[in-house]
Write a protein that binds this ligand. Structure first.
Ligand SMILES: [Ca+2]
Length: 277
């Protein structure tokens, strides 16, 4: 059994209920005109397994799919959102350190950190269907409808063909007016494709970068610092443990699910923007 809800996490959630009833607004002054996805309303908090070292998160048909990392503790899970109950789980044995994941049709693509292998698993059974080699590290993964987009801890996003997992393109993510004058944004971690944008956790940052995947430009930052559980704020946050990591987007409702490594809670937010209801 996977522990889901400890007394400590209950206390944290009760505290956060007060903290998170306010609206979280994304700040992005002076950026190019992409007025989509600018404001959020906090919808709910759900339990999240505090033993889940979250590396990847996506939504499908009422459930969240989550990959967790660490050697000997890596897994892929299908999770009931309201209860946090793990409906299906496969453990990924050593020597694999699981990283980000996303869905392509009936399959889940699952990265590994330094093992240079992408696993393709049947989404219903979690049985392995294929595996592909790739160069470098694997951190985050999202699917834009054509390519899988991979982060590797640098400022580069790599575009991979799902059929072969061969790289077809790449872009450097930067924060600034243009690539020449902008500052590269390294440590790109878990990813999510949202309304034509790539949203990226940045390792050890409480902000999420909204990235134009064509140019690599950061078109806005979303400050989720208020969502970090009190116990996980500095100095623990600086050490790379318990950091914000995990974004899942439900396109039909416009809801976004956000959590972190070993967080006892998962936040459900609603995007408030001109093209969502
Ligand atoms: Ca994701």
């Amino acid at each position: 059994m996977v522990p889901i809800f400890s007394p400590l996490s209950t206390a944290l959630i009760l505290g956060l209920c007060v903290l998170c009833t306010r609206t979280v607004v994304a700040q992005h002054p002076g950026v190019e005109a992409l007025p989509r996805v600018v404001e959020f309303e906090h919808v709910a908090m759900h339990p999240h397994d505090p033993g889940a070292f979250t590396q990847g998160l996506f939504y499908r048909d009422g459930f969240l799919y989550e990959s967790t990392g660490l050697y000997g503790k890596s897994s892929l899970r299908k999770v009931d959102i309201a209860t946090g109950r793990v409906e299906r789980r496969i453990d990924i044995p050593k020597p694999i350190f699981a990283e980000g994941c996303d869905q392509v049709g009936h399959y889940v693509y699952l990265l590994s950190w330094k093992e240079k292998t992408c696993f393709v698993l049947d989404r219903e059974t979690f049985k392995e269907a294929a595996r592909f080699p790739y160069a470098g590290e694997g951190w985050g993964l999202c699917f834009d409808g054509k390519s899988l987009i991979l982060s590797d801890g640098t400022a580069t996003l790599r575009f991979m063909d799902p059929k072969t997992f061969k790289q077809t393109a790449m872009v450097t993510v930067f924060d600034g007016p243009n690539a020449k004058r902008g500052k590269p944004v390294a440590n790109l971690n878990e990813l999510e494709y949202v309304h034509g944008e790539v949203w990226a956790n940045v390792y050890c940052d409480t902000r999420v970068a909204r990235i134009n995947p064509t140019t690599g430009r950061v078109i806005g930052w979303i400050d989720f610092s208020a969502l970090v559980p009190e116990a996980f704020r500095v100095p623990a946050y600086r050490h790379g443990e318990n950091v914000l990591n995990g974004i899942a987007y439900h396109a039909e409702t416009g809801h976004v699910y956000v959590t972190g490594k070993n967080w006892p809670v998962l936040h459900e937010l609603k995007i408030k923007s001109p093209d969502t209801k």
